[in-house]
Design a protein around this ligand. Structure first.
Ligand code: 6LW
Length: 562
């Protein structure tokens, strides 16, 4: 045997005999007993009659860019998921109000490559459609800074979806697919304009799509440009969908950008490829020109999709935000629902000047089960062998770094942190309420200042809060570290008494709009305050930028500053 190899063999045998662990081959592990999330928004404390009323949002928290379709009596809804994995949550409902998540469309690493992307890159604006002609569901969307536009399909939702079919001819974002009643299919999306007039000046494109070969046919065509009233320099014409009603084609788009200026507009044409003219009434949904002061305020309404009930009534899903301050919301863009009324051949989602209602009457909808809106408690005691679908990770998993065993979630402390564009050992769920609490109890034995495990509140790589057990100056501590625009600051730290260094440790987060209180307890004793009123406004899109809402979750790292 070569001397170097021989030495290594002797070393390994000795390590086994004396029970020595090599840190590089044996990651330290954190053991979580449970995780509990409690939503507690004041608006959802209002009394409603569940038989004929519902709350908006119908899907609370960061579930933006909703798209909906119907097959028979069943409705399906999808949302954007950016660089969270698995991608594109898919929901089922019988009544358009109560949505139950049935999984994710992109649930295999081969379908969704997100590593190296920013949290607000990745999956933008999916559209879901059911094509009766070939009994197939289609989901079409964009991986921004990844494979760009693509679609996946399935004729059996319980069996999952195909590998991505790439659409390199489709430039831009927000693709949608429309199946005409003559058997033809069309993709429409937001893409480059004919000339670059000003920032946000965009066009809507149309491509014919062959469902036999899964290929684009011929060249794309611009079917709308600028917006409804080009004299007013409209911006960000995007999120298009085509519908056919009474032999007229309707092209419905978002306009004004996804922030407070957001709106939904609609054009009509006798032919699918134009010429499209604005409908009689526009915009068909916006909150941008309302007075600032209104109760249960919704803003940024837009990016809508329409669906017809079996009885022939029309409904719209769309995104909206619920600010707690001046355009501040950590909950991201959420999915709302309103009935559509037709006036002058225009589908109106909300009359001009009306404030978006928190409580809506459901005349015509047959209310069914419970739904994930309002205030609720969500708890995971890790009794399932697989992860519950509310748990997401950041980007595509590269290794097996988590497991569930005997009622514990076990995270391997990886040499990766949430501060980088990697797949760290983080599992989180969406913040669905502006006021909520979350808690967990876990065991972790850090050996270095770099190892840490605990809880995280995160908007993106540069804006987040970590509450974790680690080492500092040779002592074991629980600390709170706030990262604002990429700069860390230490908020609080408490030394863990010697008698409790190996005991279970509990962390409690109490979030109220723009602030967060942190409590802890060692060895399941009384809880104590660690930090009060931490300013968390940097977890709002206005401060952090991007398109995602905040997540709360569990985390372990072997290199917390890497
Ligand atoms: C999406 C665009 C939008 O692609 O935001 O609200 C972008 N509308 O249509 C990201 O969600």
């Amino acid at each position: 045997m070569e001397p170097r190899v021989k030495n290594l063999v002797i070393l390994l045998v000795m390590a086994g005999m004396f029970n020595i662990h090599f840190s590089y081959s044996q990651p330290n592990k954190a053991y979580f007993d449970y995780f509990e999330y409690r939503g507690n928004d004041n608006s959802f404390k209002k009394k409603i009659n569940l038989a004929n009323q519902y709350f908006n949002p119908v899907v609370a928290g960061f579930y933006p860019d909703p798209s909906v379709c119907r097959k028979g009596e069943d409705y399906y809804l999808v949302n954007s998921s950016f660089s969270y994995y698995p991608g594109v949550p898919i929901w089922h409902s019988k009544d358009l109000v109560s949505w139950k998540q049935i999984g994710h469309v992109l649930d295999r690493p081969s379908q969704l490559k997100l590593n190296g992307l920013e949290l607000s890159d990745g999956i933008f604006a999916p559209t879901i459609r059911y094509n009766e002609a070939n009994n197939t569901f289609y989901m079409i969307c964009t991986v921004v800074n990844g494979i760009k536009n693509f679609l996946v399909k399935t004729n059996d939702l319980s069996k999952g979806w195909s590998e991505p079919i790439l659409l390199p001819e489709v430039r831009g974002i927000d693709p949608s697919i429309y199946f005409d009643d003559n058997g033809k299919a069309y993709i429409t999306n937001g893409g480059p304009p004919s000339v670059s007039k000003y920032k946000g000046y965009k066009a809507i494109w149309l491509y014919e799509y062959d469902t036999q070969t899964d290929k684009i046919v011929g060249k794309g065509k611009r079917i709308a440009e600028g917006g409804i009233d080009t004299t007013k320099h409209p911006t960000w014409l995007e999120g298009p969908h085509i519908y056919k009603v009474k032999n007229k084609y309707y092209l419905m788009c978002a306009e004004g950008g996804t922030e407070e200026g957001h709106s939904e507009v609609v054009f009509e044409s006798d032919k699918v490829d134009g010429a499209y003219k604005p409908c009689a009434i526009n915009p068909i949904l916006t909150q941008r020109d309302l007075v600032d002061k209104r109760s249960d305020k919704f803003t940024s309404t837009g990016h809508a999709d329409l669906v017809q009930t079996p009885q022939g009534e029309w409904y719209a899903v769309f995104l909206a935000t619920r600010p707690y301050g001046n355009d501040l919301y950590n909950t991201g863009r959420e999915t709302c629902l309103l009935p559509v009324t037709w006036k002058n051949n225009t589908p109106i989602i909300l009359d001009s000047g009306k404030a978006m209602p928190l409580i809506v009457n459901t005349t015509g909808l047959n209310r069914t089960a419970k739904r994930p809106t309002g205030n609720f408690i969500w708890r995971d005691d890790f009794t399932h062998t697989t992860l519950q679908q509310e748990w997401n990770m950041i980007r595509t998993p590269e290794d097996n770094w988590y497991s569930i065993s005997r009622g514990k979630l076990i995270l391997n402390a990886l040499e990766k942190s949430i501060y980088n564009k990697v797949n760290p050992a983080f599992l989180g769920r969406r913040q669905q309420h502006m006021t909520f609490s979350a808690k967990t109890t876990f065991a972790f034995a850090p050996k270095t200042n770099d190892e840490l495990a605990g809880m995280v509140l995160i908007q993106n790589e540069a804006n987040n809060i970590v509450v974790g057990k680690t080492m500092k100056n040779g002592k074991m501590v629980l600390l709170v570290e706030n990262r604002i625009k990429g700069i860390n600051s230490s908020v609080a730290a408490v030394e863990i008494p010697t008698r409790d260094v190996n005991a279970a440790i509990s962390i409690y987060l109490e979030v109220n709009k723009g602030t967060c209180d942190v409590y802890y307890s060692f060895n399941k004793q009384e809880r104590e305050l660690l930090a009060k009123q931490i300013d968390i406004k940097h977890l709002s899109s206005k401060e952090a930028g991007g398109f995602v809402g905040s997540y709360v979750g569990v985390y372990a790292t072997a290199n917390r500053m890497k």
